[in-house]
Design a protein around this ligand. Sequence first.
Ligand code: PHE
Length: 465
Amino acid sequence: MENEAKKRNSFTGSIGFVLAAAGSAVGLGNIWRFPYLAARDGGGLFLLIYLILTLTFGFTLLTTEVAIGRKTKQSPLTAYGKLKKHWRPLGIMACIIPMIIMPYYCVIGGWVVKYFLTFLTGSGAQTAEDGYFNAFISDSSSPIGMTIVFLFLTVIIVLGGVDKGIERFSKIVMPALVLLIVVIAIFSINQSYEDVDGTVRTGLQGLKILFVPDVSTLTVESFFTTLMDAMGQLFYSLSVAMGIMIAYGSYMKDDSNLSKSIVQIEVFDTGIALLAGIMIIPAVYVFMGKDGMQAGAGLMFVSLPKVFMQMGRIGGLVGCLFFAMVLFAATTSAVSILEAVVSSFMDQFHCSRKMAVLGEGAIALILGIIVCMGYDNLNFELKIPNNPNARILDIMDYISNNLLMPIVAIGTCILVGWILKPKFIIDEVTKNGEKFGRKGLFIVMIKFVAPVLLGVLLLMAVGII
Ligand code: PHE
């Protein structure tokens, strides 16, 4: 046992851990989901609620998972059983979630690779043509090829191990990501456009949509929707409840300051989400008006290419930088998903990293191909709430994000809040004499507020409320 603990990989220090964890947290959710929700749900009001939730709810879940990982030095699959014997099934669920997410995340990663390469080779204008995106994803070979390229990239990084692979990659890519997003955001605010009817729209006006609270349409019901949207977004954005932060926590050094690292991850994730809003909303507003915002894939792969092409000659360059940035964000997230599974396989089956990576890589490849085929000739007639046109990708996303993740998070809150007691986590966080700033808040959140809010989220997902 002792031998095993010695062999366990670790991050070289706090910075490596924080950048890798922030790399996981900052992903497609920050770039395509956050700006859209903020614009739709009342601008500043959404931001305010999101911020409060980050500092309370997000902080509680993130601290808990990282502390569980560092304390047990185990992967998600084995950590819960180590904490309490009968809670092993929760670990199994926490390991199945990244196994479901990995294949379809790689498919979306493949779409990003395709767009990046198209802009890089100077053919970006094609992507702005009507129907381009749908024609591409329903092609029978190209999306599969791109998925393989993305998966291969992820596999190579994770094969390198925790310090020489994941940490080294994050240390290069995360600063580059920040730089790119700041440059594009500044450019975006400075845009303006005169419509056919003579009205001029400017980037600064677009910025108002993001920051000024729109209370004109506020009702009790809309407030509740905003609250739940913000919570769902935060949950996804921080990469909690899918084992990742347990895996990364297990590689954290015992003498690193845990609560300080948590604050840094929160700041990073929220900062990038805000910057993504500053980058996307003004540009879309200037060139497409207020109705240009769309959710999900539509925003990134349909609206934004049109926006880039409206910018004139520089648009090709901006598009290329934008998709490079998205590729960085998606790769560091995919790396963390793969690592959650790989660490589980290694701890459970005592196999080598290479075996674990290749095993999960093969599973992701097969399922990824099936996901790609879902847009072409494999079309199930499965219905999920709020989405009549769900494809295999949407169904996998729904099962993992809307059903399994809240269940794992509620389970974790009950285990820590009521069975092990919050002191278990507090002791781990403060074991080197560090201060635990929001201790009282943590206790109330983990025992009462978080499980109740998560329960509501779960009931909403299954369509009961
Ligand atoms: N947290 C990432 C984001 O905001 C998404 C993600 C999902 C990362 C699943 C890892 C696993 O986009």
